[in-house]
Write a new protein. Structure first.
Length: 245
């Protein structure tokens, strides 16, 4: 019977690592080394960590700038909003270097000629897969979240997503896809932790979320409050945003 491992030491710094049930990848809270466990063997993955270049004040300024303008945002969004919570969390990602070639045949009908087409669609990607299965990013003991997805599963997900993306690109070339086969070559993979600012803000009694890349300062996603004044107010605000100089 295999031995049940509850805790081990980091292979790099010797610090204690605690394994939760089902964990296969553990990040050392002391030095950041990532270890993967398979059976009774452990080995170290190549691991990178992006620096959080945007501090809390910088994240607040980014949020305020995002609130000031944009299509479909209420005119008083910044004035009537209050930042309720902010937390910088390091999320685990796999980054796959992928070469994809899709050999296809199909029909281009948008020109009215029903032209038959065939060829190869080649693209190179650095494809990111989040190492979490759920959207639960609540931090309890550490700002660094462990991966819930191992490298093999992330590889499978990346291949499926790249194949689907290639098929989406084919829609620019043909209207009807008769056959499409994608050869995917995964050249390299890197495991990394990327810092994300998770912020929530309150606007007119409702709570919304904004995610900021703490390495680049870009807004990854921002929830926009729905219009509250009916269709007329919505069209007025949209027109103002579209023609603003």
């Amino acid at each position: 019977m295999p031995e049940l491992v509850e805790s081990i030491n980091c292979p790099k710094c010797g610090g204690p690592l605690t394994l939760a049930p089902g964990e296969v990848i553990v990040t050392c809270p002391y030095c950041g080394t990532v270890s993967r466990f398979q059976g009774d063997k452990a080995f170290v993955l190549r691991h990178s960590m992006l620096s959080a270049r945007v501090d809390r004040d910088g994240a607040v300024r980014t949020i305020q700038g995002w609130m000031e303008g944009g299509v479909m945002k209420p005119d008083d969004l910044r004035k009537a909003s209050r930042i309720a919570a902010m937390e910088c969390i390091y999320l685990p990602f796999y980054v796959f270097e992928v070469d994809a070639t899709t050999t296809y045949t199909g029909v281009l009908s948008r020109t009215g000629t029903n032209e038959r087409r065939s060829g190869d669609l080649r693209r190179d990607y650095f494809w990111k897969i989040l190492g979490r299965r759920s959207g639960d990013f609540m931090v309890r003991d550490s700002r660094f979240l462990n991966a819930e997805v191992d490298e093999d599963e992330a590889d499978r997900i990346a291949r499926e997503q790249v194949d689907d993306h290639q098929r989406q690109l084919l829609k620019d070339l043909v209207d009807t896809i008769e056959d499409a086969r994608t050869a995917i070559d995964v050249k390299d993979v890197e495991f990394l932790h990327a810092p994300i600012w998770f912020s929530t803000y309150e606007y007119r009694g409702q709570t919304f979320q904004i995610l900021i890349d703490a390495a680049s300062g870009e807004v990854i996603r921002g929830d926009i409050p729905p219009p509250s004044g009916g269709f007329g107010e919505f069209m007025k605000g949209a027109a103002k945003d579209l023609f603003r100089r």
